[in-house]
Every structure is written in structure tokens, then in C-alpha cells.
Design a protein around this ligand. Structure first.
Ligand code: ADP
Ligand code: MG
Length: 682
């Protein structure tokens, strides 16, 4: 039965065909759509003390006109009216655009009430409403709507008011009673009314709480349902690994696993043993020991009679991983091989043949692994490191190389929890949230570029102790457009500066790969003491003797990237240092540098980054795939998001969710969103 709430908007008093057409343009077709067209903000008409109002915030103030208004015209019909207003002991400027008629109404000494936007720096208000006379609190709070064409905010308010009298009783509840009562949320009917006709700010706050929860719950239900469907429909492989051998391998490692490592190893092994296909994201800060976890999983897969693959984004990283996995796995009798585009000719053919024949147990490489000629014998587990660098398509191709192999995505860029549970809501997430014991925190300092001499002196002190240093530049070569340090110039300058006392190497993305390799080798063997580089060393590179990193133009990098870069030092037992050279102009820029000096925790930084840049910018707009919420805000309402996620998971897992009347609206929502094909999940 279709509820009356889905009647067309023309059923509402005052809405004719013409208005309906404009409403349709605004994506408002039914009465329900109209009632759900929520205000995008509220005008707060309560008086505020300018002292407490932030820059760009909206205010209402009462004052006395202090100067004769001046009126200027520009363009055809555009005008600007300005006058001084005395508000308490503040003398401020008030500007009104395109309201020339105010000029004759304003007299020096008159009391007026002004609403508008406060510009703290200019001590002025850009006015939107001017009422002659002292402040009356006849209205406190008014909703402001987005509108189109000939529809006005006032008109819209009237239509919505009529919609409430005609249809209010048909507004249906869609949240189960347990949540409404449990979280003390208002009913849908009350909450909608309060959003449109609030008596106070508190009214809006309560109503908003409900819609935030509702939006998050529905979104999370969708993600959890997708996950359930994927699990139940994907035929994975049951990897029957040899537990005693896996335990023996773990015992053979030169360290004991941290509790966090143990926990995620268990999560991964449980997935591998299950008949479902693993689809898991492994997050862990730089240096938290993800490689060891990967090695254990690969080892387990081989004991189950399968092959494993590890795909990483750069050749440097591939070589390094191949080296460390070989030293861990060879003593256990496992055969590893490295495949990158630099492996050519006979060597390459040999690798491909023995891979195909199943002689190679574990293949490590770059995207060379997904070329067509690469055929595994029996691929059971695919791991990709630094997953944000691979596209969805590349991951799919690698996965299709076996018959539904288990897949583990590793990332060292901590993704804020809030984003992880929205963007990766349909994946399982494991987190290594603990560092191996005995690590010294990297000391981070922020200096202006004009302090370079002192910095170089400090670096030299470390070099004299036999340590090594990284110097990071944002550009490879000089640019006409950007006034930033480039690696070629800095390399030349430092070579001259050290004048043979220390050897300075150069590293950047445009070097041929054999040269990259040899530079990296020289640096890791301490034949080079200083490495000037672009961000190509950002991921994975491991030279424990390097204890200082200087980063030029540090304000150019994101916090997550600075943190990754910084992770190249502090890998040995010595105290390490990171020096950020930056002259940020904005407060935000300064705040970012300060945060870097205050925390070494990648998760804290990523949460901060998200807060400062907003969710859209965190991943870069294009690939974000972030859902849009009408009322909720992922950053500020993250607690509600977590609560909703847990509630959604419980619901989806319960029997009653699929049968009880109470949950019908939620099931209908899933159906409408194509998540449940035919409602036959159980
Ligand atoms: P990630 O890949 O997460 O950045 P790695 O796996 O490269 O970290 O580990 C960083 C360093 O810590 C390596 O030298 C590794 O051998 C060491 N390591 C890993 N796990 C532990 C542990 N539980 N205890 C001590 N050292 C560890
Ligand atoms: Mg790593």
C-alpha cells in the first residue's frame, strides 16, 4: 500500500502546476520530498556580544547609527550602502548591498537592529537584514532554505506549513522503538516539525540528533548488508594451513609479536581458513610491523598448498620487501622471487616458468605482477601494500589471477576511523594500534627557512657521530611557476657545502630504475651520508642508520605525507630527528606544523588532517567515493557514526531483523537501494 505521504505536491494548498514544476526542478515531487527538504541553516536572531563572535559568523546586533549612510552604485543595478554603527563600545562599519532604499530610513542617533555576517578583521558587518528600532525578540530562530526560480523562502515556509496541517499525521516512523527510546530521539514527525518550525536552537539540536543517527544508520545498514551479501555469495577458498608450522615460523622470528600483531594475525588466519573470500584492510602506522604480519599470512598460505603474491607500488620497495621476506622465509624452506619491469630476458622467463609450475611459493613485485604473461600455478593469497596507490582495476586484475584468492590490503596511511568505516564499510578492517616495544619517539622540530645555517650545523653533528641524513625537496628541478626548493639545486649546494667531508647522493622519480637502485644501495651501505630526494622515498625505505631528516617547504605536504616521510628515520635504536622547514602564511598552516611537532601517532594526525581539511579533501576529491549526508557531518558527528555502525551490524546479524514488522521500513530501504535481491538473504 502506498502511503498518502507520497501524494504529489499539487495536493497541497497553495501549490499549483507552475510552482509544482519549479519544485520538481528542486527534486521535490511528493509531499514527503517537500517535508524532507530541510533548511540548510538557521538565522539566529538572538542578540550576541561581538566580543564572543568568531570571524565570518552570523550575528544580530543592536546599535545606534553613528554616521550618515553613503550610497554608491556600480554596474547597472548594484549598489552599496555604508554607515558606522555604535554597538556598545564598538564602532563598526555596516554594509548593505542592493538595498538602496535603506538610505532614507536611517538617521544618525536612531536605534537599529542588524543581522548579517561579522568580519572580525575589518570590524564590519555585511548586513542581510535591517530593522529600524531597538531589538525585539519576536523571532529567535528562522530556517533558511535553498530555493529556485520564483519560489521564495517565505513561500516555501507556507507550503511546508500547509503540508504539515494536511499530511502531518501520515508521517511514518522508520526507526525501531528500541533506538528511539534508547537514545531519547524524537519521533520522525516531531523531528521534522522542529527542523522546519523551531521554537529555539535547542529544538533544532534535538531534531538534528535524530536525523544524524537516521542517516548514519541507514547508510551503515546498506554497507553491512552489502558485506553480508558479498560474503555469502563469493565462493572463496578454504586454506587449511598447518597451524604447528605457522607457530614454528612465528617462533623463529627475531622478535615476539606485539599483542596487536597477534590479534590481526588471528583475524587474517580466520578469514583464510573460512570458505569466504577474505576482503580485509590492514591498517598500521609506519613501523608497526605490517611486513611481519604479511610474511606470516603468506607462510600460512604456502603450508596450505597455495602460492602467495605481494604487490607494492615502487621498485625500491619491491626490492626491499623481497629481501626481508627472503631472509624470513628461506630458512623455512620457502622459495621467494622478485618480479619488476627491470627483471628481463632469461631471468624473467625462468621466473615465469617456475611460477607457473608452482616452484616459486611467493612472488613479490610491482604492478609487473598483473601483466598477462604472469600465470600462477595455484594462487591462494594476494597482499597489496600501500593500497591507496593502486587503482581498483589493478586490484581486480591481480585478484582474478587465481580462483577467488583471499585478498589483504595493507596501508600505512592511517585512515581516520570515521572515513574507514564509511569508505571501507563493506570491508573488514584490522588495525595494528601498537608499536613494538623500545622504539624511541622521533623528535620533530619546526624551523623557518632562514634558520638553515643552524639546521645544517645540527645535521653535521649527527653526521660526525657516523649517522646519515635525508633532505627532502618538493620538486626535482627548478620551476618557473613555483618558488620551491628543488632536489637538483639542493644537491649541488650541499655537495659544495660538505666539500668532500660527506658524500651527497641524489634521488628522484625520473632517474632510471637501475640508477635508483644503485643510489639506494649506496645510501643503505653508508657510502653516501646525505641523500637529497623528492618524496620517492616516502614509502617503505628502510635505512636504520639514518637519524635526521630535513624537509624543505614542509607546508606543501599533507600531514599524512609528512608523517610517512618522517617514518624513514627512527628505524634503528638511536634517537632520530625530523626538521620541518616551513614559513606558512596562514594560521591553518602554522597549526599543521605545530601538530607535527606534537604527535608521532599517525592516527591522531590523520584525524587532525581530516578535521582541518574536511572529508572531501582527505583523499582528494576525485577518488573519495564519500557518501553525501544531508544533515550529518562525518567529522563532527563521528560518535553517532560509530554507534550507528555497531547497531547496523547487530541488526543485520540478528534473525528478527529479517522477519519482524518493526524493521520493515529498514528492510524496504535496503530493497529500494538494490542491496537485497529479492529479499532472500536468509
Ligand atoms: P611497517 O611495514 O608496518 O612499516 P615493518 O614491518 O617494516 O613495519 O617493521 C618495522 C621494523 O620493526 C622492522 O625492522 C621489523 O623487523 C621490526 N619489527 C616488526 N615487528 C616487531 C616486533 N613485534 N618487535 C620488534 N620489532 C619488530
Ligand atoms: Mg612496510
Amino acid at each position: 500500500m502506498i502511503s498518502r505521504i507520497h501524494d504529489p505536491v499539487t495536493a497541497i494548498k497553495g501549490i499549483g502546476d507552475e510552482t509544482a514544476a519549479t519544485l520538481n526542478d528542486m527534486n521535490i515531487h511528493t509531499v514527503a520530498d517537500l517535508l524532507e527538504h530541510l533548511p540548510y541553516r538557521y538565522e539566529d536572531y538572538r542578540l550576541k556580544d561581538l566580543e564572543t563572535v568568531g570571524h565570518d559568523e552570523r550575528v544580530t546586533v543592536e546599535g545606534k547609527v553613528h554616521s550618515q549612510p553613503t550610497l554608491g552604485y556600480f554596474g547597472k543595478k548594484k549598489s552599496r550602502l555604508m554607515f558606522k554603527l555604535l554597538v556598545g563600545r564598538y564602532l563598526i562599519t555596516v554594509t548593505f548591498f542592493n538595498q538602496p532604499y535603506l538610505k532614507n530610513k536611517l538617521k544618525i542617533g536612531d536605534a537599529v537592529t542588524i543581522t548579517g555576517k561579522w568580519d572580525r578583521h575589518r570590524q564590519s558587518i555585511n548586513g542581510s537584514e535591517c530593522r529600524i528600532g531597538p531589538y525585539h525578540n519576536e523571532k529567535e530562530f528562522e530556517p533558511i532554505y535553498s530555493i529556485k526560480g520564483n519560489i521564495t523562502v517565505k513561500g516555501l515556509r507556507r507550503y511546508i506549513s500547509n503540508a504539515f496541517s494536511q499530511y502531518g499525521q501520515y508521517i511514518e516512523e522508520n526507526l525501531p522503538r528500541e533506538f528511539l527510546l534508547g537514545y531519547k530521539l524524537p519521533s520522525r514527525q516531531d523531528a521534522l516539525f522542529a527542523m522546519h518550525f523551531p521554537a529555539s536552537a535547542t529544538d533544532v539540536k534535538h531534531a538534528r540528533r535524530r536525523f544524524v543517527y537516521e542517516e548514519f544508520l541507514f547508510f551503515q545498514l546498506k554497507m553491512q548488508a552489502i558485506r553480508k551479501v558479498q560474503r555469502e555469495q563469493s565462493k572463496g577458498i578454504r586454506q587449511s594451513y598447518k597451524l604447528d608450522r605457522v607457530k614454528g615460523f612465528i617462533d623463529s622470528l627475531p622478535f615476539t609479536l606485539t599483542n596487536a600483531q597477534k590479534r590481526v594475525v588471528n583475524e587474517i588466519l580466520t578469514d583464510m581458513k573460512s570458505p569466504y573470500r577474505m576482503n580485509r584492510l590492514l591498517q598500521g602506522d609506519v613501523g608497526s610491523g605490517k611486513t611481519a604480519v604479511a610474511a606470516i599470512a603468506l607462510f600460512a598460505s604456502v603450508t596450505a598448498g597455495y602460492q602467495g603474491a605481494l604487490m607494492v607500488p615502487t621498485e625500491i620497495l619491491a626490492e626491499q620487501h623481497a629481501g626481508s621476506l627472503h631472509s624470513m622465509l628461506a630458512p623455512a624452506g620457502m622459495k621467494t622471487a622478485l618480479l619488476t619491469s627491470s627483471v628481463k630476458g632469461k631471468k624473467r622467463r625462468e621466473i615465469l616458468t617456475s611460477l607457473n609450475e608452482g616452484e616459486i611459493d611467493i612472488l613479490i613485485g610491482t604492478h609487473a605482477l598483473i601483466q598477462e604473461e604472469v600465470a600462477f600455478n595455484k594462487l591462494g593469497l594476494v597482499i597489496t601494500d600501500e593500497q591507496h596507490r593502486f587503482g581498483v582495476e589493478q586490484r581486480r586484475v591481480l585478484r582474478e589471477k587465481g580462483e577467488n584468492p583471499d585478498v589483504l590490503f595493507m596501508t600505512a596511511t592511517p585512515i581516520p576511523r570515521t572515513l574507514a568505516i564509511t569508505v571501507f564499510g563493506e570491508m573488514d578492517v584490522s588495525v595494528i594500534d601498537e608499536m613494538p616495544a623500545g622504539r624511541k619517539a622521533i623528535e620533530t622540530h619546526w624551523a623557518k627557512h632562514d634558520m638553515l645555517d643552524r639546521i645544517l650545523g645540527f645535521v653535521e653533528k649527527e653526521l660526525r657521530k657516523g649517522r646519515q641524513a635525508y633532505v627532502i625537496c618538493p620538486l626535482i628541478e627548478e620551476s618557473e611557476k613555483l618558488d620551491l626548493e628543488n632536489a637538483l639545486d639542493v644537491h649541488a649546494a650541499l655537495t659544495q657545502y660538505y666539500n668532500g667531508r660527506y658524500k651527497v647522493g641524489l634521488m628522484h622519480g625520473r632517474l632510471p630504475s637501475d640508477e635508483k637502485e644503485s643510489v639506494m644501495k649506496e645510501f643503505s651501505e653508508n657510502q653516501l651520508q646525505v641523500l637529497v630526494s623528492t618524496t620517492v622515498v616516502e614509502v617503505g625505505v628502510n635505512v636504520p642508520n639514518a637519524t635526521v631528516m630535513v624537509i624543505y617547504d614542509a607546508e606543501r605536504f599533507g600531514l599524512a605525507q609528512l608523517h610517512q616521510l618522517r617514518g624513514r628515520v627512527g628505524r634503528g635504536s638511536e634517537q632520530s630527528y625530523c626538521i620541518l622547514l616551513a614559513d606558512p602564511k596562514s594560521e591553518l598552516g602554522k597549526e599543521r606544523m605545530k601538530i607535527m611537532t606534537e604527535t608521532n601517532d599517525g592516527f591522531v594526525l590523520s584525524e587532525k588532517d581530516l578535521e582541518l581539511r574536511g572529508p572531501g579533501d582527505f583523499f582528494g576529491k576525485k577518488q573519495s567515493g564519500l557518501p553525501e549526508f544531508k544533515v550529518a557531518d562525518m567529522v563532527h558527528d563521528y560518535r553517532a557514526l560509530e554507534v550507528a555502525r555497531d547497531d547496523a551490524a547487530k541488526l543485520i546479524a540478528s534473525q528478527s531483523f529479517w522477519t519482524e514488522q518493526e524493521y520493515l521500513p529498514l528492510r524496504q530501504y535496503l530493497e529500494q537501494n538494490g542491496v537485497l535481491n529479492g529479499d532472500k538473504l536468509d
